[in-house]
Design a protein around this ligand. Structure first.
Ligand SMILES: [Zn+2]
Length: 288
């Protein structure tokens, strides 16, 4: 298994799995043995499922948590602490319909919740775009994900929080901004192969306390993405597909990226590790 940050091979030590770059996963965490399988899951996906058998070193109380990689360290994430807004309805699958909840939050971030059988919850930062645009980009990411994961075409039910965007997608109103108009048209194009419906379902209560962690790279949201960065002197050039959701997320995550006239992005060579960390996180580690 390779390090998701610098891509070197990880070294197994008596008490840890570690990498030269400083990434370290201890083999014992709060009384629980971290097996090679758990470590691998953590390295590949940036997180594990909920694990039992931890013990608080202070109180001795047992607890369950997921392990997540934050920077080069392992952190706990507790059930219910995931970035899902408290009052959102969890999507479920009924009669071949896949439910998608897209909910815009602070400045351009959305919480995306895709129901079974895709099962993904992620907070995605699309940069400084209005809520209606963020929800449109979130829908694009969701449809691409469904398209990637499922060979058959299920019915998609889009459950939206933003009223303006709900009206756009249902053709009840035309966006004034050319950028949003073009994004909505691209979304319709993506949805063309599916039977779909959309409804405006505003959240009933105020949002979660605290702001969503929009600076984290969103794990596994673009599993289909393949890039071939090209080094050129002090810079790296990245060619991304011409998808507004991917480009917006890329720029929000890698703020030093500058778009060139030909549509490619240029980053300083010093951000190479960050670039690979982004790629590995958004693809779910498939490019390791
Ligand atoms: Zn490393």
């Amino acid at each position: 298994v390779h390090c998701p940050i610098c891509r070197k091979s990880l070294v197994e030590r008596p008490k840890s799995y570690s990498c030269d770059c400083g990434l370290i996963i201890w083999k014992q965490i709060c009384g629980k043995t971290i097996t090679p399988e758990i470590a691998e899951q953590l390295l590949k996906n940036g997180r594990t499922g909920t694990l039992d058998g931890f013990k608080s070193p202070k109180s001795g109380k047992a607890f369950s948590a997921s392990l997540v990689l934050r920077d080069k360290k392992v952190a706990f994430e507790f059930p219910g602490q995931e970035s899902t807004p408290e009052n959102s309805e969890q999507p479920k699958v009924k009669n071949g319909v896949i439910y998608v909840r897209v909910e815009s939050g602070n400045s351009g971030s959305v919480t995306l919740n895709i129901g079974s059988p895709v099962n993904l919850t992620a907070t995605i930062n699309y940069g400084l775009v209005p809520s209606r645009m963020a929800e449109c980009l979130g829908c694009m990411t969701a449809v691409r994900l469904i398209n990637h994961h499922l060979t058959n075409k299920p019915r998609i039910s889009l459950n939206l929080n933003n009223l303006e965007f709900s009206r756009y997608i249902l053709c009840e109103r035309t966006p004034r901004s050319r950028e949003i108009k073009s994004a909505v048209e691209q979304l319709w194009e993506l949805l063309k192969d599916f039977t779909w419906e959309a409804q405006h379902q505003p959240q009933k209560k105020s949002r979660l306390k605290g702001s969503p962690q929009t600076d984290k790279f969103p794990p596994g949201v673009f599993p289909w993405l393949k890039i071939n960065p090209i080094k050129d002197g002090e810079n790296i050039w990245v060619d991304l597909p011409n998808y507004p959701d991917v480009k917006a997320q890329f720029q929000a995550s890698l703020r030093t990226a500058q778009s060139a006239e030909d549509g490619r992005y240029m980053l300083p060579l010093t951000t190479e590790k960050a670039l690979w960390a982004w790629v590995n996180t958004v693809t779910g580690g498939h490019q390791l």
